[in-house]
Each structure stands twice: as structure tokens, then as C-alpha cells.
Design a protein around this ligand. Sequence first.
Ligand code: NOJ
Ligand code: CA
Length: 704
Amino acid sequence: MKKLIYLFCALLVSGLNAYSQTHSLGSPSEKVKLTFTLINGQPTYSLSYKGKPVVEESSLGFKIKDMPDFGSGYSIVTVENSAFNETWQPVWGETKNIENKYNQLLVTLKDNATKPHLLKIVFKIYEDGLGFRYEFPEQENLQHFIIEEELSSFNLNGDHKIFWMPGDFDTNEYNYYTSKISEIEKMAKKRDGAIFTATPIQGAFVQTPLMAKSADGIYMSIHEAALINYPCMDLKFDVGTFNATTTLAPDAVGNKAYMRAPTQTPWRTIVVSDDAREIIASKMILNLNEPSKIKDPSFIKPMKYVGIWLEMHLGISTWDYAGQQSASDAGSDGKMAKKTKHGATNENTKKYIDFAASNGFGGVLVEGWNTGWEDWFGKWKEDVFDLVTPYPDFDVKGLNQYARSKGVGIITHHETSGSATNYERWMDTAYRQMNAYGSNALKSGYVGKIIPRGEYHDGQWMVNHYNRAISKAANYNIMVVAHEPVRPTGLHRTYPNFMAAEAARGQEFNFWSEGNPPEHETILPFTRLMGGPMDYTPGIFKIKKSYYVPGAKEQVHTTLTKQLALYVTLYSPVQMATDLPENYLAKPDAFQFIKDVAVDWDDTKVLLAEPGDYLAIARKAKGTNNWFIGGITDQDSREMIVDFSFLEKGKKYEITIYKDAPTASWDENPEAYVIEKLTVNNKTKLKVNVAKGGGFAISAFPKK
Ligand code: NOJ
Ligand code: CA
């Protein structure tokens, strides 16, 4: 690891106001350039990429509650430039090494209030974008304070094409919209009834990560990094000027954030490139997070898992003991399999453990194992779930032992029904029980309106709760996958036991709603995944629900081979083999890819990418010379060319390609596939025809 910090300019001229009002600094190669300007005492910034404006003059700063003169008439106290360069190794990830190289501009400002306040703004300029944050240093006239409004804005100054989700303080499970900025309000009127708890914000509001493409082909992704002790950010567009302003999720009484100096905000991030592939490859958000706080990460193990999960979403079995409750109650056509039996029984769990053990899966997720499910859906009740007491037909101790004896771990499910207060009360006891029985991974869930009542999923209180759950789990050597959380912001660098999150519309919607359109998975990597891995739950082989429920209209909106490709294109260190064991056993040739594919990588090459259209990614499995490639398309069929130049020179590889049959399409014939074996080298360019809503997967092993 190489680390170098140096100051090339640090002056202190407090009171003299000898500073120019404008300061510019480029990324190491000057490709990305930041300009800070104080205009009439107010801080602004702008950003350019290869000489073209990306963000034009945009506001910075705050309104602080009950401090009307906070931020009035700023002057510059100091400006400090520095450079930083290190390479670090993540505990798990898409690449073995991550370069963290940037130039930094740190501006200290003082307002002209009767009792003046200090504010620092830190800009880090990378080759692939900008991160900036505010720091409130320790000072006499600012101790405890409440954020009323953050004034950071992103003046995009063009009616860009954007990939977006409506602004909402409670959910990120919408389908994406693709439109011009000027069309947001018109389109956002169409709300999604399948989302259980939503608090949409009326107007031209969008969520981050927001993906935009300008008319002259510049791609930009706006998000945040290191969301700690602060609410989540949405953006409000002025559709006349295309300026987006920060909107923070409020708390129960309308305040945004409770702060105490010295403190700081999360980073506001803009990843930028004229090559869409570089947006996905960016590690800027991770770099803006603090290094790992986990001293001994040996308990953290990327894995593939199976689970007692899909059967409940299909209505084949239930979470509750009496067999009355199924997610498919929300099915758009009202049709579902007959509710018959509890899913998490000893017998069924053993079946999944055996299946996991004989096919090389590390974990078995079990939902519906604990008491409370009779009561959970939509009651807004505080004490719904007991997170330690199993139902009578689930021997929690014995099943954990059985799993361990077969080299498999049970992934414990902690559904909270949004009652975070109840979870806070159970957390230590529940984690201790997991330790006692040998379960070292959990999946949490927050379906429902939040308790404390009046709080939102995205407010400061819940951000602190989610982070507390992760850091506490780390103390108990437990890995976490969170559903219905605030959207991730790269915190898995600091807490690598935070394996994945949902925080977007997952596969589950395909089983009981209009589902996710074929373009969905081509947008996710440019939006939601910019903040961290997603527990999407890929690998569905039985594409249409009518297989289980005659007449049902629901289906997965991809072909079978696209489901295989998702193991590569939707990066996560935990990936579910989501379908029922019998569906895998019926197609052992296609199942082989899921058994082979890795979840932790030494290298990643984004081969082809255009948001909303297509994507192909190649990844090299950790500690091996084996590559896995996934390619996907939207609703259009297309020819994709895989250039194998990433393979080791002079070596031959045997590849297995899993591709759509010529007659395949996501709607008419989604399960038709062809498997071929070929020998390739780093000169090979392979043409693959991909069906409507289709994809392909390739495994490549060096020849002996
Ligand atoms: C919603 C989650 O996304 C899903 O994975 C889970 O099965 C249900 N909630 C029940 O907790
Ligand atoms: Ca969910």
C-alpha cells in the first residue's frame, strides 16, 4: 500500500480576506475539474469533464433551525489543496485492489453573523468524478444544532435523459422511469400500488442514485457516500433550469437532522464519464467511505445460498404457523396456490440443507421460523415479532447443528415489520442466540410503516438504526443482508459484514405484481448498485407463475439464460439460487452455471454497457484464473460481441456458453436455451444473439 499526502498550498489569512473568490482544482489528469466560487458571500461550485460543463454554478450551504443569520455573508478563511494516493484491498469485492487517488480542495468559510459560524467544505476530485461534504468544526457559536435545509444543488443545465425513481421517504421499490428531466412530473403521477409502504413526495422529486445522460453523451450518476447520522437525500428538480436541489427526509416533527459540532455530513457524489462502462466500474463511492472497522474479518464469507423463500412468494407455503399468510395475497390477479402449510418446518428445512450441501451452497435462508407472522402485515403494531422463539415445528438448535454438520449455515431471518424499536429491544438477545446456535448471517426486513411512529425509512433515526444493526452485528461476528433499508452508500467498505441490501425493486415483485420490466436489470447497475451490492435473488428457471397457478398472469420478465447472467451483471458477495430445488434438479445442465459461478472477484471488466439497453461484464474469480461473463439486454433482441482480450495471453480456455435458443423471448418462450462448449483465447471475439428480454452466461476455465 502506497500512501502519500502532501500540502502544496496552505495559507492562513483570517480577517484579511486576501483570497480570491474563485478556486479551481482538477483531478490528477485534469479530466475532471472543480471550481469553487464565492458569489455575494454565498458558496457555489461547478464541475466539468474534459472541458465540458457537467454541473454549472450550483449552491452550497445550509439553513439551520432558529439561526436565521447562519450562513449570511461568507468570507474565505483558508483554502488548502492536497493530493492523496493509496491502493487498498477490500475484504470482498469486484476487484482485488482499489486505487484511491484524488486531489482535494478544502475551503474554510466564516459567515458574518453577530456571533460568526465556521463551515468547511471538502472537495475530492477523482478521475471519475467529484465527492464533497460539509464539516462543522468545533467552535464557540455552534454546538448543538438542527438542520432545517441543506442547500446543495446539482445544476445539470440541460434537459438530460434520466433514469429515475419518484422521490419517496419510505421506499425504493419502484420501477424505473426513463424520461427527460422536463417530463418528471407528468410521469410520476402513475403510482405503484404493489408497494406496501410508500411516502411519495409530490412534485418533480427523484431519488438517488440518479443516472443522467446529456445530449452530447456525458453520463453522470448523482448519489451520496457514507450516509451516517444524517437523513437520506432526494432531489427536487426545477424543470425549467434543470437544477436539482437536495431534499432531506424529515423526522416525525419535521426536523431534518440533529447535529453536534464537530461533525460532518455524508459526501455528495457525482460520478462522470463519456463511457458508460466507466460509471459502473467506478469505485469513488467506496473510496469516500472510511476503511474497515472490523479487525478480524475472517468470519465474513461471501456465499451463494438457497432458502425457504420463493415458495411463500408463490403462495405454495406460508410464513405463519397456521398456514394463513402469504405474500401472494397481493397478487395482481388475486390468484394463488391454495394456502396449505407452514414453510419453515424441520422436514422442509432439512430438505433445503441437504440440497445446499450437495450442490455447494454456503447458506440456507429460512423465513417464517419465528413467532409473530400471524400479526405482521400492515398492523403498525409495535411488538409483532419475537426474534428468538421458534414455531413448534422448527427446532432452531437442532437444525443449526444439522446444517453445520453438513458445512452449511442457516441464514436467520429477522423481519421487523418496520418496528425498529422492537428490533432494538431484541437485537442483543437475538444475536447472542445466533452465536449460541452457530448461525452467522442474518437477513433483516422492514416491511411496513416505521415505529417510532412518524419516522420514515429514510430519516436520520432509521439511518442510525440500520447502521447500529450492522455495527452491532459485527461485534457478534454476524453478516447482514438488509431488506427495505435506506439505500446503500458504500458503507460496506467500513463494515464489510454488511454484505448486501435490497433497497430497490427485487425479483419478488415478479411473483405478485406487474413485476419488473425487461429493462430493469439493465438500469440497476447504473442506479441502485452504485451504492453497493443488491440482494436481487436471481436464478429463476420456472419463469411463469401459471406453472403453479393455472391462469396466473405474473411472470419473470426475462429468459432463463438472462437469469443466469444476473449472477455476474448484478454484483453481490451473497447471491441466492432462488428457484425451488426441484426446478434446478430438472435442468442440471443450466444449473451447472449457478453451481460454478463465483461471488468474490479479483478482477472485473465491463465489456459493453448502455443504461436501459444492454450490459456485459466479465469477472475473474478470486484466487483463480477462471472467468465468468454475463450479458443482458432489455426488451429488444440484439447481437452482442464478447471480446475475450481480457484473458491471459497465450492461454487456451474452455468456455461453456448458456444462451437463448433462437426461438426464445421473455414473453413467449422464456425457458428455451442452448448450451455450447468452445475453446477460446484472448484473440477470440464471439458473437452472441440475445433474445428479447434475454441474456447469456459464460464460464471460462483455463485448459490444462
Ligand atoms: C419483503 C422482503 O423483500 C422479502 O424478501 C421477504 O420475504 C418478505 N418481505 C417477508 O419478510
Ligand atoms: Ca422488499
